[in-house]
Design a protein around this ligand. Structure first.
Ligand code: ZN
Length: 169
């Protein structure tokens, strides 16, 4: 089932998500819906708050459904190591048409649970590293436009308000 994606400034996007404690069929159905929603929106990452659910769940697939091996489910994830620095443009399904350069670690190591509650560790470099950091930020209620300069943020927010007025947001 494709879920509606909420856009900024929906309050749920700026709230920290609740940790997941129940690893049941309901959770697995929700994870499947998140993948379906992400693929339909042509995204490579989606966090639960973006579909209005304030929980620490995110899905990532850099292959956009082309390679099942690339599917990642991160429940209650945390970054346990970071190194290096990247400064690349990012977008977000909750900010259509807004792209901004964000400083991120070049490499991260994360710890998370899968949809069955199994803990695992994984590493991400380059795009995967950025995607992991962007999605885990969502679970903390942190949005990428709050990781750029206030000048750039004001410009982006002005663009959003203009689109809102034109009924394009
Ligand atoms: Zn995002």
């Amino acid at each position: 089932m494709i879920l509606p994606i909420v856009k900024y400034p929906e309050p749920v996007l700026q709230q920290p998500g609740e940790p997941v404690t129940e690893f049941d069929d309901e959770l697995r159905k929700f994870v499947a819906d998140m993948f379906e929603t992400m693929y339909a929106a042509q995204g490579i990452g989606l966090a639960a708050p973006q579909v209005g659910v304030s929980k620490r769940i995110t899905v990532i697939d850099l292959s956009n459904a082309k390679d099942p091996e690339k599917k990642m489910v991160l429940v209650n994830p945390e970054i346990i190591q970071r190194s290096g620095r990247l400064y690349e443009e990012e977008g977000c399904l909750s900010f259509p048409e807004i792209r901004e350069k964000v400083v991120r670690a070049a490499k991260v190591r994360i710890r998370a649970q899968d949809e069955f509650g199994e803990w695992f560790e994984a590493e991400g470099e380059e795009l995967l590293s950025r995607c992991m950091q962007h999605e885990i930020d969502h679970l903390d209620g942190t949005l990428f436009i709050f990781r750029i300069s206030s000048l750039k943020r004001d410009l982006a927010l002005r663009k959003i308000r203009k689109m809102q007025r034109a009924g394009e947001w």
